[in-house]
Design a protein around this ligand. Structure first.
Ligand code: SAH
Ligand code: SF4
Ligand code: F3S
Length: 445
């Protein structure tokens, strides 16, 4: 059903958005659109957006101005998808470049919206959120070129209401996807040559599927992990994000039991101060967080733990900041995503708390956090030197075409001479040296 139209899709934000863009491509390929890699060639330009921090949105406004220039010298349609579409609705639609606005639960409506636009010429908008949509039956078009690792979305939305966070407002309530469709997708990927899948959710530990025909039949996250691990011993399984208040020992036992479930947990702590954690509505204390860390290290020895940290949340004092640094020293995270607090309109924090940490203080605290983390990452990587790890080869090193890169089970990036090996293979790599971000080594037997 070719319509000879070319589509260019640009994706911002988290891995969920990458996955969603692949769902959108799949829906539109069935309508005859073919993907293209240059904006200048596209009849339809889509931008899948993120609202998590203000600067994420700022970038999108800049892109819309760029698309406007494109429209000045040729006919092309521009659509805004995703979280910012959901948050700003009409405000985005009134930008002169924008023809269409679609929220994250309305992608099945895109073909109809595009037809309406073509036939009637009116701008189109649909930002309804759904309590059921999981796109379970849609097979995403994989756009990553490597063909070795990819994502599977296992749930959508979030019910947690951390006070700083926009996600529950733009992604809607939490819903878990049918496990059969998840396992089917993992099998198809394995058959197509993929060797690693990452299961995605805002809080994977609260995954819970109830069979609509028989509500007593349920599948929780620990069980789902097992089901996916059983697809094949040479298909690695990763997952993200774990929530400290919900991560169960059951998940850790599943990890310990199956060698193909990777020994890495992303467990965002956000702050090392109990007062901040309470104010963030994270529903755990530092002591409870540390107890989870101990359990991880007891049940899955050698597991890497990574985290997210926010610097400068409302009313954060120097002591609160020090408490975060102390926690980082105690836990020694393998790596971290670190951010300055950015107030998001409509969230509880925006409505009730003052964004009162001065911007320069936020920046200084963030820099201290980044510096500390980078020293810890380097120390931990140095401890890997001399050891041998199984690495799944993902591709050719960008810096040196004679070298390959891949990751260890603990998610450490390794670079090593190719010696005739290829992406998709498992090799043992002996680490010879490192930086804070990369292990360098050689393939050994
Ligand atoms: N669901 C995941 C994280 C989703 S957002 C979880 O609960 O951990 C990814 C990260 O962005 C968060 O962990 C947090 O550290 C950061 N983040 C979210 N809202 C933010 C805001 N308003 N300002 C700064 N960072 C924020
Ligand atoms: Fe946001 Fe909290 Fe949900 Fe994560 S768990 S998406 S931080 S509300
Ligand atoms: Fe992801 Fe950004 Fe939306 S982090 S869920 S794309 S707000």
């Amino acid at each position: 059903m070719a319509n000879n139209k070319r589509i260019f899709i640009e994706t911002y934000g988290c891995q969920m958005n990458v996955y969603d863009s692949e769902i959108v491509l799949s829906i539109l390929e069935k309508e005859g659109y073919t993907p293209c890699s240059r904006l200048e060639d596209a009849d339809l330009i889509l931008v899948n957006t993120c609202s998590i921090r203000e600067n994420a949105e700022q970038r999108i406004w800049g892109r819309l101005d760029r698309f406007m220039q494109e429209k000045k010298h040729r006919k092309t349609t521009v659509g805004v998808l995703g979280c910012m579409a959901e948050r700003l609705k009409q405000e985005l639609l009134s930008h002169p470049a924008v023809d269409l606005v679609a929220g994250p639960d309305t992608y099945r409506e895109l073909p109809q919206m595009l037809r309406n636009l073509e036939n009637e010429g009116d701008k189109q908008i649909d930002t309804r959120l759904s309590m059921r949509e999981t796109y379970a039956d849609i097979e995403p078009v994989r756009t990553d070129t490597g063909g070795v690792t990819t994502f599977i979305s296992i749930m959508r939305g979030c019910n947690n209401m951390c006070t700083y966070c926009i996600v529950p407002y733009v992604r809607g309530g939490e819903r878990s996807r049918d496990p059969h469709s998840i396992v089917r997708e993992a099998r198809q990927l394995h058959a197509a040559g993929y060797r690693e899948v990452s299961l995605l959710g805002q809080n994977v530990d609260s995954y819970l599927w109830k069979n609509p025909e028989n509500p007593t039949e349920t599948v929780n996250f620990a069980q789902l992990l097992e089901l996916v691990a059983l697809v094949s011993p040479d298909l690695r399984v990763r997952f993200s994000t774990s929530h400290p208040k919900d991560m169960s020992n059951g998940v850790l036992y599943s990890m310990a039991m199956y060698p193909n479930i990777c020994t890495h947990i992303h467990l965002p702590v956000q702050s090392g101060s109990d007062r901040m954690l309470e104010k963030m509505n994270r529903k755990y204390t530092v002591a409870q967080y540390l107890e989870r860390i101990d359990k991880i290290r007891e049940i899955v020895p050698g597991a890497a733990v990574t985290t997210d940290i926010i610097a400068g949340f409302c009313s954060e004092t120097e002591e609160d900041h020090q408490a975060t640094m102390d926690l980082m020293k105690k836990v020694r995270f393998d790596s971290a995503f670190m951010f300055q607090y950015s107030q998001r309109p409509g969230t509880k924090a925006a409505r009730h708390f003052e964004d009162d940490v001065a911007p320069e203080t936020k920046t200084r605290r963030l820099n201290e956090i980044i510096e500390l983390q980078s020293a810890i990452s380097l120390e931990l990587n140095r401890e890997c030197v001399g050891h041998t790890y199984e690495v799944l080869i993902e591709g050719t090193s960008k810096r040196d075409t004679g070298s390959l890169f891949g990751r260890t089970s603990a998610n450490k990036v390794c670079v090593f001479p190719a010696l005739g090996h290829r992406p998709g293979e498992y090799v043992n790599v002996k680490v010879e040296s490192c930086t804070s971000a990369t292990l360098l080594g050689n393939i050994v037997k």
